[in-house]
Write a protein that binds this ligand. Structure first.
Ligand code: IMP
Length: 425
């Protein structure tokens, strides 16, 4: 039952889209199991450059079934936009299935996201304001509206009327904004129903059946471990680690055979919250400009820093990473020296694991190891042994520090700009 999970091992934006697009060639099913359209996966292939937010990056392979699992929160307008944009580039979302159990991001969630951020003031999370957090809140508060509710106009109106009565009280009394109208929402969602109904399936059953038939299933994680609600830098978090797969898709944890941890060769973060190896100097600018480190979803400049091996080892342990995909390696090509954060120093003691408290992590000082740079372009290299010695040393040192073997090194956005090290699929 070969399921392979692709997990972000830092603060998101590690380049998971490219890795999924690459591996999807050899699998039968690709599944998104968490997050929402806060995610932004950039894929560059023979069809062009795409920014995927909800649709699994396997969609470019015509024989691959792509599933948006029940663990994802879906903004129907955004999903339709993505389906239409793909169509314009000649890609039909013929094999796209949406879980009937997935929750909807409703217009009031998007409103709430903005209003809550404003209310947080200087303690704002820096969310993408796409309504993802409020939709997940309502899911656990049992106030959510699901895709299966959308399918029947009568049931949808009943459910929405019940929920909206409460939501409108919050909007008008707490935030002093105009209430939303049930009729208007029903009208908008009638259009979504018509267009999305053909894609809806019991996707958990489809995934389990595929696994029992021995077909290969690739699980496309969104965001990163340090943004996980439990294991990340709470409260500056969203979702989800590899353990979320069972909940977000409906398969047993034992189905996962491999966990590929995607790590950028340096580190970035977008939004608020602690980041011990963040740089505020020329190196930061160089990383941002060379790596085009601007948010795929919001366009915000990403915060940049050196590879954080404390985060790296922690993420590898939490997710049970079996192999590392080291991405954007070529971005480091011009640096005279490169640094790796090997530990944190806090009030005179050394930390090898990130503390749970974001307040403490904020005060952690990075302990660096400095290595010579390779100052040679690597974007055309396709074999590990052809990398300059200093670059190989850097790869090896990361393997040692996070105690996990590297499976591939990515040296550019295109599929072929990949150095395979160990077979994944
Ligand atoms: P939300 O998911 O929009 O609620 O945002 C919560 C935090 O997660 C913010 O710091 C966002 O910038 C961050 N975040 C959400 N999605 C992504 C992503 O795909 N990549 C990187 N950061 C993300």
């Amino acid at each position: 039952m070969p399921a392979i999970a692709i997990i972000g091992a830092q603060w998101g934006d590690e380049g998971k889209g490219k890795i999924v697009d690459l591996l999807a060639e050899n699998v039968d099913v690709v599944v998104r199991f968490s997050g929402g359209n806060n995610a932004g996966h950039t894929v560059v292939n023979q069809f062009g450059q795409f920014r995927m937010h909800l649709i699994p990056s396997g969609i470019f392979h015509p024989n691959v079934i792509c599933i948006i699992g029940n663990g994802v929160v879906i903004d129907p307008a955004q999903l339709l936009k993505e389906i239409d944009a793909l169509k314009e580039s000649g890609i039909e979302a013929r094999n796209l299935y949406i879980s009937d159990r997935a929750h909807l991001i409703m217009p009031y969630h998007i409103l709430q996201d903005g209003l809550e951020e404003e209310a947080r003031g200087s303690r704002a999370i820096g969310t993408t304001r796409k309504g993802v957090g409020p939709a997940f809140t309502d899911k656990t508060a049992r106030m959510g509206i699901r895709i299966c509710d959308l399918l029947d106009a009568g049931d949808f109106r009943k459910r929405l009327s019940f929920v909206l009565e409460y939501k409108n009280r919050v909007l008008t009394r707490l935030y002093d904004v105009q209430p939303l109208s049930v009729d208007e929402l029903c009208e908008t969602f009638a259009h979504f129903r018509e267009r999305l109904a053909p894609f809806v399936r019991q996707t958990d059953a489809i995934a389990r059946e595929a696994l029992s038939e021995g077909r290969k299933v690739l699980l496309e994680g969104a965001q990163g471990t340090m943004l996980d609600l439990d294991y990340g830098t709470y409260p500056y978090v969203t979702s989800a680690v590899s353990g979320a797969v069972s909940l977000g898709l409906g398969m047993a944890p034992t189905s996962i055979e491999q966990v590929v941890g995607v790590f950028k060769a340096y580190i970035t973060r977008v939004g608020g919250g602690p980041m011990p190896s963040e740089l505020h100097d020329d190196c930061s600018e160089m990383l941002r400009e060379r790596g085009h480190e601007y948010g795929t979803t919001t366009g915000r400049p990403r915060r940049c820093g050196w590879f954080d091996a404390v985060v790296g080892r922690y993420a590898a342990e939490v997710n049970g990473v079996t192999g590392v995909a080291l991405t954007k390696f070529d971005i480091l090509d011009t640096f005279e020296t490169v640094k790796i954060c090997t530990a944190y120093e806090l009030d005179g003691s050394t930390w090898k694991k990130p503390p749970a408290s974001s307040e403490l992590l904020e005060r952690c000082k990075p302990v660096y190891e400095e290595m010579p740079g390779w100052q040679t372009p690597t974007d055309r290299i396709r074999r590990l042994e052809d990398l300059p010695r200093q670059a190989r040393d850097y790869v090896r040192r990361i393997e040692q520090l996070i105690d996990c073997p590297v499976s591939l090194v990515s040296v550019g956005a295109a599929r072929e700009q990949t150095i395979p090290v160990r077979k994944i699929v």
